[in-house]
Ligand binder design. Structure first.
Ligand SMILES: Cc1cc2nc3c(=O)[nH]c(=O)nc-3n(C[C@H](O)[C@H](O)[C@H](O)COP(=O)(O)OP(=O)(O)OC[C@H]3O[C@@H](n4cnc5c(N)ncnc54)[C@H](O)[C@@H]3O)c2cc1C
Length: 362
């Protein structure tokens, strides 16, 4: 039924791989090709661990995909010719498609504040994180969101020799329940992390950061963990996108401008419960990648897919390797009172991270 359909998946992160895995299982006679600029799948949700000097797992994409009869092309997509329905690549011949799944994820956004691009490290991609060398003195972690909290805790635990300061304009975990926020603060303090809330960073320099109140925080290394952007490919190729360049989708994750294109994960605008947009997360990327594949296959078979039904359940933060926090959520991502903490939470988080990698790997 799906014979000769050429399905190209752009991006082999959590969303793209979840889509490819689903497609390979359900559309055995379609030609499925996955494109990624990297040759390996690195567990992005562990990059703060890599930044703190730990080795993290990586899988060879070609080997992993071709075992499931999915073609892999290691190249950067440079243009989508939506009229000719072909993807132009930098290091391989262009690929024709009948269906395209757009899952190019997100990147650090170093342009928001002066000096970030020149002087700060980021942990948004494996390449960024590999550059990180933290052996020279105090570290300033900018951003008290999930990535900043996880990184500061990891550094506090594995590099007790380095003074670490976590800077944010709000308290760490401000979006979580009061119990969760209190636990994060206690744990970071136990790990020796200095917390500075109300610290809006307006400039990064070679020897630290400048705050909005004019004061300077000295640091041998500054790690910028706040603000992500998305690749501009969709915008450059004429797809309907939001101001950030994310692909606008309908309730079935189909591009609102190009019905043969589906989008999932960080690179898509996806409406969630209560019309709140789904947040950039692995917890979003895996189910939306899978759903995008199902929706595309349903239409190939002449069936109208049911709209995406998405509910958050928990948000998991690691606080070093031996501590963690699981925040129970309402479906719309708002926090309930219930939290799990300590070693049990660290084990649950580790179990979820391993499960996410298993769910992505075809
Ligand atoms: C340190 C850190 C910790 C995190 N922890 C958590 C967590 O605990 N829980 C959670 O839910 N989320 C977490 N996240 C967020 C999560 O990693 C992302 O939301 C998730 O990876 C998004 O998946 P994706 O498939 O949309 O994109 P990505 O995982 O970003 O994958 C996109 C892929 O597209 C490829 N690509 C991009 N542009 C091109 C191009 N032009 N041509 C070819 N290939 C291209 C990239 O190489 C990449 O492999 C964390 C993120 C970071 C940085």
């Amino acid at each position: 039924m799906t014979g000769q359909h050429r399905i190209v998946v752009l991006g082999a992160g959590y969303a793209g791989l979840a889509a490819a895995r689903r497609l390979a299982g359900a559309a055995r006679d379609a030609q499925i090709t996955v494109v990624d600029a990297r040759a390996t799948f690195v567990e992005r949700v562990r990059l703060h661990q890599q930044a703190a000097g730990q080795r993290i797992p990586a899988w060879d994409l070609r080997e992993m995909l071709e075992r499931k009869r999915i073609r892999f092309v290691c190249a950067r997509a440079t243009e989508i010719d939506t009229v000719g329905r072909r993807v132009v690549l930098d290091a391989a011949p262009a690929l024709d498609y009948d269906i395209l799944v757009y899952a190019l994820g997100s990147l650090a956004d170093p342009e928001r504040v002066p000096g970030v691009a020149e002087h700060a490290y980021t942990v948004a991609t494996p390449e960024d994180t590999r550059r990180l060398t933290l052996s020279r003195g105090p570290v300033a972690v900018v951003g008290a969101g999930a990535t900043g909290i996880e990184l500061a805790a990891e550094l506090g635990e594995s590099r007790p020799d380095l003074p670490v300061v976590l800077l944010g304009s709000e308290e760490p975990g401000a979006w979580l329940s009061p119990r969760a926020r209190a636990y994060i603060r206690r744990t970071l303090e136990r790990l020796g992390v200095e917390i500075r809330s109300d610290a809006k960073v307006i400039e990064v320099t070679s020897d630290g950061v400048r705050l909005a109140d004019g004061s300077l925080v000295a640091a041998a290394a500054t790690v910028w963990t706040t603000g992500f952007r998305v690749p501009d490919l969709a915008m450059r190729s004429g797809l309907a996108v939001d101001a950030a360049g994310r692909v606008r989708t309908d309730a079935t994750l189909r591009s609102v401008s190009h019905p043969e294109i589906y989008a999932a994960g960080d690179a898509a605008v996806i409406a969630g419960p209560g019309d709140r947009e789904l947040r950039m997360a692995c917890a979003t990327a895996l189910p939306t990648g899978k759903y995008a594949a199902d929706a595309a296959l349903a239409r190939i078979r002449g069936v109208e897919p049911r709209p995406l039904r998405f509910r958050y359940v928990v948000q998991c933060l690691s606080l070093g390797r031996r501590d963690g926090l699981i925040q129970v959520l309402r479906g719309d991502d708002s926090p309930r009172r219930t939290v799990l903490t300590g070693r049990a939470a660290a084990s649950v988080k580790e179990w979820i991270v391993r499960g996410a990698a298993r769910a992505a790997r075809p």
